[in-house]
Design a protein around this ligand. Structure first.
Ligand code: IMP
Length: 205
């Protein structure tokens, strides 16, 4: 069976990735499961650049297909911050309770459409023959007035999806994967891999 490396150590992300990639006739490994310890400096200016940096940096450690994502939250009122710096925002060690509250504080007095925000995810795939594919997914929302929900990870408790009346932390894992930035980007990559003939019997959703 083929082996895919998904370049993350974030367990919340990995849980989502596994669900979305279900049906692919391949085993998916996180960095930890693959025993790879590499710190890739994400110094690109875009999600695309960072995702591609990650897959390229891992080539010496993995022969098969490598997938990596770069994702984050764009808050329009904050000039699309934290954006590509979402994980590093206020420091890696700062808890998301504190990061989320800081964003809510900065949006105090801001109402309606001015609270618009989105999650963005770009997935890059480095095929064994050196070809690089990438796909982008987004989910539009607004910054809630209060954190809500305990599912997901990171900024999920403050991103409200108006059509559902729920934050992404209030969705079940499968509800989130169906509409999320990561779900959309990964399903697109699955489709591209199928078109490339990387898998013959890929179960494309
Ligand atoms: P990355 O690991 O460099 O892609 O950093 C992504 C960061 O963006 C995460 O650590 C979270 O802070 C944020 N993020 C990305 N996707 C999500 C999501 O689905 N929910 C909540 N936060 C997210």
């Amino acid at each position: 069976m083929k082996k895919i490396l998904f370049a993350t150590s974030n367990e919340g992300k990995m849980r989502e990735v596994r669900m979305i990639l279900q049906g692919i006739p391949a085993e998916v490994f996180s960095l930890k499961e693959a025993g790879i310890q590499v710190d890739v400096e994400e110094n690109g200016e875009t999600f695309e650049e960072n995702a591609i940096l990650k897959v390229k940096a891992l080539r010496p450690y993995w022969d098969g297909l490598i997938l990596a994502d770069d994702s984050g939250l764009e808050v329009d009122w904050l000039g699309k911050a934290p954006g590509v710096c979402s994980a590093r925002y206020m420091g890696h060690e700062t808890s998301y309770d504190i990061k989320n509250q800081a964003i809510l504080d900065q949006l105090q007095g801001v109402e309606g459409e001015d609270r618009s925000a989105r999650f963005v995810c770009v997935i890059a795939a480095l095929l064994p023959d050196g070809e690089i594919l990438s796909a982008r997914g987004t989910i539009e929302g607004v910054i809630a007035h209060h954190p809500a929900g305990s599912g997901g990870f990171g900024y999920d408790p403050i991103v409200l999806i108006p059509s559902l009346g729920k934050t992404t932390a209030e969705l079940s894992p499968s509800e989130k994967n169906e509409i999320s930035h990561r779900g959309k980007a990964l399903r697109q990559i699955r489709k591209l891999l199928l078109e490339r003939g990387y898998y013959e019997d890929i179960d494309c959703q």
